[in-house]
Write a protein that binds this ligand. Structure first.
Ligand code: CU
Length: 364
């Protein structure tokens, strides 16, 4: 009786181990196949790191099989036998030729891998040969801002690009002159479109990307940058040439000023003046005329042309917008009082919320 009760759980545990290992493997492989996988490249700049992963993976597999095979073979070949006389196998100390061989082979492997690796690093950053589009990328705590110098478009969270055109990103972290955010290092990573590159305060870094097919490509900040690092996502929206031209047209058109007497017009007034509270316009630009300038927060001129907001973590709809304005910190981890970073709670009344939400929803 006693024996059975003690042996049972351990057998069960032994059965659980391979099951657990299998589920971990399945989870891991599942992650590799997803929308955000470097193993599923969607353009030439993602193809390079992908091919490198394959080359290194194959070499690693060969080394793994060889070494493990030798270990298993030795364990089996020199196993204890019933007719052992108890004497030890012949003991040897060192083998110069063998040691040179197993030092030279890895060195050669590394030298061979270094060639495509170094080439790849440079091609991710070098000026593309064909005509390309330049986009300036600013990493803020905790959202990405995009500026298109050719059209003077400012936008946030979603980077819109034309398919089949190389895009050259000129990246840096927050300009301290613009924000209380003194700038920390972020990293831009959209696995299906390119390699990964840091955004460094006070310095420009470069990264090329390109999408072969229209679609939405997911990415994220890949360098720990504080409280809401995990809420700092990237969406690259690749459009056909015609769609992209239409987008440029829309973005280079100033925002419409709502008609007097409407709820939207009331919202617009509040946007510029909230009495003794900080006005929205002290951090956000809605471009109506004159020069287009960036501000501390995301540009809202064509807010509703985007699908997501707040670091691309929330769907952009009326309900979420209202919740955001009512209490931003309930929607995204940040502490404006303490850090001066992010969006403060402006204690808006229900009426103010109605008007501001109506105004924002009209910014398309
Ligand atoms: Cu970041």
């Amino acid at each position: 009786m006693r024996d059975r009760s003690t042996s049972r759980p351990s057998t069960r545990r032994r059965r659980l181990v391979p099951l657990l290992a299998l589920s971990v493997l399945a989870l891991g492989l599942g992650a590799c196949a997803g929308d955000q996988s470097a193993l599923h490249p969607a353009g030439r700049y993602a193809q390079e790191p992908h091919d490198l992963i394959v080359i290194v993976g194959v070499i690693a597999l060969v080394v793994f099989v060889l070494v493990q095979g030798l270990i298993i073979y030795s364990a089996w070949r020199f196993r204890e036998r019933a007719d052992d006389d108890g004497s030890l196998p012949e003991q040897v100390h060192g083998n110069t030729r063998l040691e040179i061989v197993w030092t030279v082979i890895p060195a050669l492997i590394l030298a061979v891998i270094a060639v495509p690796t170094v080439q790849g690093i440079f091609s991710q950053m070098a000026e593309p040969d064909d005509d390309y589009l330049t986009i300036e990328v600013y990493g803020h705590r905790w959202w990405f801002e995009y500026h298109y110098p050719d059209h003077d478009i400012y936008t946030a969270n979603e980077m819109v690009i034309p398919v089949g055109t190389p895009v050259r990103l000129e990246m840096t972290a927050t300009d301290p002159a613009r924000s209380a955010d003194q700038g920390v290092i972020h990293s831009f990573w959209v696995p299906r479109l390119a390699g990964k590159q840091d955004l460094v305060p006070g310095q420009l870094t470069y990264l090329n990307l390109e999408a072969d097919e229209p679609g939405r490509y997911l990415g994220m900040c890949a360098e720990y940058c504080g409280l809401s690092h995990v809420n700092m996502r990237i969406r690259v929206v690749a459009k056909t040439d015609a769609e992209y031209q239409a987008w440029v047209e829309q973005q280079t058109t100033p925002a419409e000023v709502p008609e007097d007497g409407t709820l939207e017009a009331e919202g617009r007034e509040l946007f510029y003046d909230l009495g003794d509270r900080m006005a929205c316009a002290s951090c956000h630009a809605v471009w109506e005329d004159g020069a287009r300038n960036p501000n501390t927060g995301p540009d809202l001129t064509h807010l509703m042309s985007r699908e997501e907001f707040a670091g691309a973590i929330h769907d952009l709809n009326e309900e979420n917008l209202r919740a955001w304005l009512a209490d931003p910190e309930s929607m995204k981890a940040m502490d404006y009082e303490r850090d001066g970073i992010g969006m403060p709670n402006l204690n808006l009344t229900e009426d103010e919320l109605d008007a501001l939400v109506a105004y924002l929803l009209a910014l398309d």
